[in-house]
Design a protein around this ligand. Structure first.
Ligand SMILES: Cc1cc2nc3c(=O)[nH]c(=O)nc-3n(C[C@H](O)[C@H](O)[C@H](O)COP(=O)(O)OP(=O)(O)OC[C@H]3O[C@@H](n4cnc5c(N)ncnc54)[C@H](O)[C@@H]3O)c2cc1C
Length: 505
């Protein structure tokens, strides 16, 4: 392999294409072995693809076919998740899941799911009925006749998990380059030698394709054509925390958990179905649909899809009040393969393909990352544990839910933590500044929202947006007119009036 042939380019042991949850965890896992790693992400922030718009469920391993990659990696990922979240300082809530049957004949499906789950290695699966079911989930419709309890299911904020993994990788020596789209792969003597990107060429001996919905395109760059991704859109409602608060600091808004578990209907061959779930941030999430789409990323929400969600969730939990919806969004599943494709390519050598990572890809991501590193080892990467690797990431201070005395101490040290910018989510200027100065600096409104939830509350940014624009402009040393929602072309201010004049030119 003649990767030295590439002169005048920066060289790495491994380049990871895509900074979704899979790419970010791969990069972190590689730094455990001291590898020189570069993550290339075409978006303006890490977590720009499927990892930012999903249900955030850490699935129990019920539906994947026993023996498949999905089954093995879902189980392993599920088991790794609590410890991983502790290390990365992100919340994980082991709420458990209920798969609900509405007819006696559906109870047979629950039994079959339990048997499959047990073959996949799940333990503690139990079919609940009658008073035990009502006690477990009082909000559940009286029409429900039984439910399969999966105690190992949980919930995470997938964006925080991805960001934290990428930040921890950077703290351990990895580099992350944003707005750097990989456009070609450089191959020398049938081995990976580097990549071409919209920000120049980079050399590497090994390449990990973790490009999500674009993984098939990256494969085609070296003539591998055995996968085409057919994305499937999922539409969601988000309900306000004030009425159904359920998360870690749920008591703060006085709410009682509306639902205690992740509630699934009976699955279909293509989807686990439309669910009702609490989120770690205190909202309730309703969705997703599973509809074919042409939009690989940032799909538009469909009215038809939302109507379907409404119909199904109200059947499951009749007390749901859709008027408490504060946001709708849609995600796009990188579907197309029956199973996760996880393999080292024979040609070119040094290329590891991680493709078709649809659900339960978030759950499986920690295990996929381990598998990818093992494949890199088989392909020739030296894997010696680096004693300086530090798995711990200290989470940035979060005012909401903080005990008053700790809060007072923080504000005394830095008064910016006493200036509340987002009232709905109780976020201070100090937290926003910390996000902008973090290991992967938040440089856009969306990046701030992902990290500290400014604009994720009831007002959806209506109150705080101008303040965040001002803080971003000040901290980044740019004009307010240059502040974007999610990178070039999404500037939020259209013209100059009043106070803005002179600052925006
Ligand atoms: C509606 C929906 C619900 C889901 N619910 C769950 C769930 O509850 N639990 C669960 O376990 N899983 C769930 N999933 C699946 C899970 O979200 C995905 O499996 C996971 O996020 C995939 O992560 P990834 O890193 O492979 O892909 P992505 O997060 O899509 O990351 C790929 C990244 O690569 C970047 N990229 C693409 N091409 C290039 C290029 N040429 N150069 C540079 N960068 C590039 C993209 O911008 C993107 O950031 C759900 C998915 C959807 C869509």
């Amino acid at each position: 392999m003649n990767w030295e042939a590439l002169t005048d380019v920066k060289r790495y042991d491994v380049i990871v294409v895509g900074a979704g949850v899979v790419g970010a965890l791969c990069a972190r896992e590689l730094t455990r072995y001291g590898a020189r790693v570069l993550v290339l992400e075409k978006g303006s922030d890490v977590c720009s693809g499927a990892s930012k718009a999903n249900s955030g469920i850490v699935h129990a391993c019920l539906s994947p076919k026993p023996g498949s990659n999905k089954a093995r990696l879902c189980l392993e990922g599920n088991r790794l998740m609590p410890q991983l979240c502790r290390e990365l300082g992100v919340p994980f809530m082991p709420v458990g899941a209920l798969t609900v049957a509405f007819r006696e004949r559906e109870v047979r499906v629950l039994s079959a799911l339990r048997a499959r789950g047990e073959r996949n290695g799940e333990r503690g699966l139990e079919i609940l009925r009658g008073p035990r079911l009502r006690e477990a989930e009082p909000a559940l419709s009286e029409e429900a006749v039984a439910a399969l309890l999966s105690p190992s299911a949980g919930i995470v904020n997938p964006m925080l998990l991805t960001i934290a993994a990428a930040e921890n990788a950077v703290a351990n020596g990895a580099e992350v380059l944003l707005e750097a789209e990989v456009t070609g792969i450089i191959v020398e003597q049938d081995g990976v030698a580097g990549v071409r990107t919209t920000r120049g060429d980079f050399g590497c001996r090994f390449l990990v394709n973790a490009a999500g919905a674009h993984a098939d395109r990256v494969m085609r760059m070296v003539g591998i054509t055995d996968l085409t991704i057919h994305p499937r859109r999922g539409d969601y409602f988000v309900l306000d925390r004030s009425v159904c608060s359920s998360g870690l600091d749920g008591e703060r808004s006085g709410g009682k958990p509306l639902v205690r578990h992740v509630l699934f209907p009976i699955p279909t061959p293509v989807t686990k179905g439309i669910l009702v779930t609490p989120t770690v941030d205190g909202n309730v999430l309703l969705g997703p649909t599973s509809l074919p789409t042409h939009e690989l990323e940032h799909p538009a929400v469909s009215g038809e899809g939302l109507a379907e969600v409404e119909r199904q969730v109200v059947r499951m939990v009749p007390s749901l009040d859709l008027r408490q919806c504060i946001a709708v969004f849609a995600g796009s599943r990188p579907a197309g393969a029956r199973d996760f494709i996880i393999r080292g390519e024979r040609s070119p050598q040094g290329l590891i393909t991680l493709a078709g990572i649809e659900s339960p890809g978030l759950t499986a991501a920690p295990a996929i990352a381990r598998r990818a590193v093992a494949l890199l080892g088989e392909a020739g990467l030296k894997l010696r544990p680096d004693p300086s690797f530090d798995p711990i990431r200290e989470p940035p201070p979060r005012l909401a839910g903080m005990p008053p005395e700790v809060r007072a101490e923080l504000v005394a040290r830095d008064p910016a933590f006493g200036r509340i910018v987002c009232r709905c989510e109780e976020v201070s200027e100090g937290e926003i500044v910390a996000a902008i100065r973090s290991p992967i600096p938040a440089r856009t409104l969306d990046a701030i929202k992902k990290r500290v939830r400014v604009g994720a509350g009831r007002c959806q940014g209506g109150f705080d947006l101008p303040y965040v624009v001002e803080i971003l402009a000040r901290e980044l040393g740019i004009a307010p007119c240059e502040v974007t929602k999610s990178g070039t072309g999404s500037e939020v201010l259209m013209g100059t009036t009043g106070a803005c004049r002179g600052r925006c030119g």
